[in-house]
Ligand binder design. Structure first.
Ligand SMILES: Nc1ncnc2c1ncn2[C@@H]1O[C@H](COP(=O)(O)OP(=O)(O)OP(=O)(O)O)[C@@H](O)[C@H]1O
Ligand SMILES: [Mg+2]
Length: 217
């Protein structure tokens, strides 16, 4: 009997993902693959560093009660994480299947969870609508912490929410109202988050390319 049975389900920018079973548990295996444009030694260092950050940040987030997959194993030699497999679809796909009205609870819940992360100085680092998985019962879970880190920097927190808004805006005409709902959740959990939002607006106004109609009040 094979201990682990797995099949490849996705290939991301930096990793291949397999879904399988281990002792009857459904698991997701995330293996960071080499990038040929990087010098091999630098490549190994980056993959190892992202693997470690991902494991560390996910574990800290989970301890706080944020919805993230549990970490079941780490194999440094093969640049691989073994994760609990979550059932669900990515937020950007969910946005295709539901009318805007029904998306609000998901955005509010997500905002609360990001508020909890930021309150505890946890930065996601790549907070996009492609890195949120919506489980049955519409519970949003956060994945892909490879660029995550622990930091109290205002700029890093502001970058997280600006990245989220930017990817949302790219695919959803009602992005502003959904983002406002996200922000309400964020501020309800994290009062200091007002400063994050102020900083986000500063970054936006620094970026000359932001069209006037996309700016937030
Ligand atoms: N724990 C999980 N449960 C279910 N599906 C998952 C899980 N983790 C990842 N996936 C699936 O695999 C895809 C890619 O995962 P992820 O976003 O972590 O990798 P990536 O984008 O390649 O990573 P990176 O940006 O760090 O290179 C996700 O979009 C999701 O569909
Ligand atoms: Mg991803």
């Amino acid at each position: 009997m094979k201990l682990v049975q797995a099949e490849r389900i996705a290939k991301g920018a930096e990793a291949v993902i397999f879904k399988g079973t281990f002792l009857k548990e459904v698991i997701t295996i995330k293996q960071r693959i080499p990038k040929s444009y990087r010098h091999p030694e630098i490549d190994q260092r980056i993959r190892l560093q992202r693997l470690r950050s991902e494991a560390k940040v996910m574990t800290s987030a989970r301890k706080l009660g944020v919805s993230v997959p549990s970490l079941m194993g780490i194999d440094l030699r093969n640049f691989t994480l073994i994760l609990e497999s979550l059932d669900g679809i990515l937020l950007y796909e969910k946005m295709d299947t539901l009318p805007v009205d029904e998306l609000h609870p998901i955005f509010s819940n997500l905002g609360t969870q990001i508020g909890l992360l930021h309150k505890n100085d946890i930065i996601h680092g790549d907070l996009t609508v492609f890195n949120v998985l919506v489980q049955p019962e519409d519970e949003p879970s956060i994945i892909d912490f490879g660029l995550g880190r622990i930091s109290n920097e205002l700029e890093a927190k502001a970058d997280d929410i600006l990245t989220f808004y930017s990817t949302l805006k790219a695919i959803q005409p009602a992005s502003k109202i959904l983002f406002n709902t996200f922000l309400e959740g964020y501020l309800s959990e994290y009062q200091e988050g007002k400063k994050t939002y102020e900083q986000m607006k500063k970054i936006q106004s620094r970026a000359r390319y932001v069209a006037r109609e996309d700016r937030l009040e």
